[in-house]
Design a protein around this ligand. Structure first.
Ligand SMILES: [Zn+2]
Length: 390
């Protein structure tokens, strides 16, 4: 048994627990950190000193005393460093610069005129450079880069399959890591979106943070990020969450994946291609404009898409029993017209026990769930998070 290794791991674990506790619940006194974590006061004190030397934690004014001297309160020093979060889609690259607390400092968007790997990499390089240059000076500088992509990503950071981009086995991580000299975390956009929602999309105290959440990204297709028991669930090889290809009609429309009746053919922008009537446009932005002007045909289209979304969500709820389902992605901007039929289908069709305490809602992060989740992955890797609950 490697005792030294184990001790180092325990220390890393404790440090991560202390930092996370301060990050989530600050301001806290050392005694409160000790109570919350169950670590003894001497251990907390040592770890806090270390975190203060690293400038990740700082002291602020005096807190309430339960008797003697008023204690100094600890804060997470969120501007001690910055991270870059990117989201790649078929038609654009978006990027944000956030501090270590996930507050957006700078935001960029760039349309893609082509989707070949070399072209997209060049665009990403430009955007990352611009975001890095926009970072204020800080002790830790840029701690890493996170990227959400519309495809399946393996553990090595290779984009195995991104059908909408026409990619097979595309290397993104390695060229960007060697160019920028920092870690690059790559994930499927829906998985990143789920992390963004989990860590930055909740309101109130994190006591309410869900343990079982499914984030559904609806845009040019549908993908889902699944959080089970507080952790991302990725399946045996990392490909879980391809709910867009869950069949909801056994002899339905033919899908590019080779199957039939796939959910996304009916419940994403792909439904525009199969609408019963001729649509004036296949652009969500333009259709939303028409919807706002009161176009009845567009309202019916979204009502129908909402119905299909509700059917698929029912299948997901009955399978996974989540406490929260969040709908995000570009099409979530049509919420006003999607939501009534969506919610009524879920209410009508989910199993009664699954429906209890179930909350189905649209993202409160606007279209930034994936960007924030990508930045979170980079920050979390840097802060040495070990998968533990605090
Ligand atoms: Zn399919």
């Amino acid at each position: 048994m490697n005792v030294t290794g184990d001790q180092a791991l325990v220390k890393k674990l404790n440090r991560s627990i202390v930092l996370d506790t301060i990050r989530l619940h600050a301001p806290l006194s050392r005694a409160q950190v000790s109570t919350r974590t169950g670590l003894n006061k001497a251990t907390v004190s040592n770890l806090v000193s270390e975190l203060m030397t690293d400038q990740l934690v700082r002291e602020t004014g005096l807190g309430e005393s339960s008797g003697g001297r008023k204690p100094l309160m600890l804060l997470f020093n969120r501007t001690a460093g910055y991270a870059v979060g990117l989201e790649l889609s078929v038609s654009y690259v978006k990027g944000i610069l956030t501090d270590l607390g996930g507050h957006i400092v700078e935001e960029r968007s760039s349309a893609l005129e082509a989707t070949d790997v070399a072209f997209v990499l060049e665009r990403m390089r430009d955007m990352i450079s611009q975001l890095i240059q926009a970072a204020p000076p800080s002790p830790h500088g840029i701690v890493g880069i996170g990227i959400g992509v519309p495809g399946m990503v393996d553990a090595k950071g290779t984009v195995l399959f991104a059908p909408n981009l026409g990619w097979d086995n595309a290397e993104l991580r390695q060229p960007l890591e060697s160019e920028f000299g920092m870690p690059v975390a790559l994930d499927n956009e829906a998985n990143a979106g789920a992390l963004g929602e989990l860590h930055y999309g909740m309101t109130g105290d994190d006591q309410e943070r869900p343990r079982h959440l499914v984030y559904i990204s609806v845009g040019s297709g549908i993908g889902s990020g699944i959080i089970m028991d507080g952790k991302p669930y990725k399946g045996s090889r990392g490909y879980a969450g391809e709910t867009g290809h869950m069949s909801i009609n056994w002899d339905g429309l033919h899908c590019s994946c080779g199957s039939r009746g796939c959910w996304e053919l009916y419940a994403s922008e792909r439904a525009y291609d199969h609408a019963a009537y001729r649509l004036p446009s296949h652009s969500t932005t333009q259709l939303l404009e028409l919807a706002r002007q009161g176009d009845g045909a567009v309202h019916s289209l979204y009502e129908e898409i909402g119905t299909y979304l509700g059917i698929g969500i029912t299948n997901i709820v009955n399978s996974f029993n989540p406490e929260l389902v969040i709908i995000g992605g570009h099409l979530s901007e049509a919420r006003r017209w999607l939501e009534p039929s969506l919610q009524s289908k879920v209410a009508e069709r989910t199993l009664p026990y699954h429906r209890r305490e179930l909350n189905v809602r649209f993202s409160q992060l606007g279209s930034r769930s994936t960007l924030l989740g990508s930045a979170y992955s980079a920050i979390s890797a840097y802060l040495g998070h070990v998968r533990v609950s605090v």
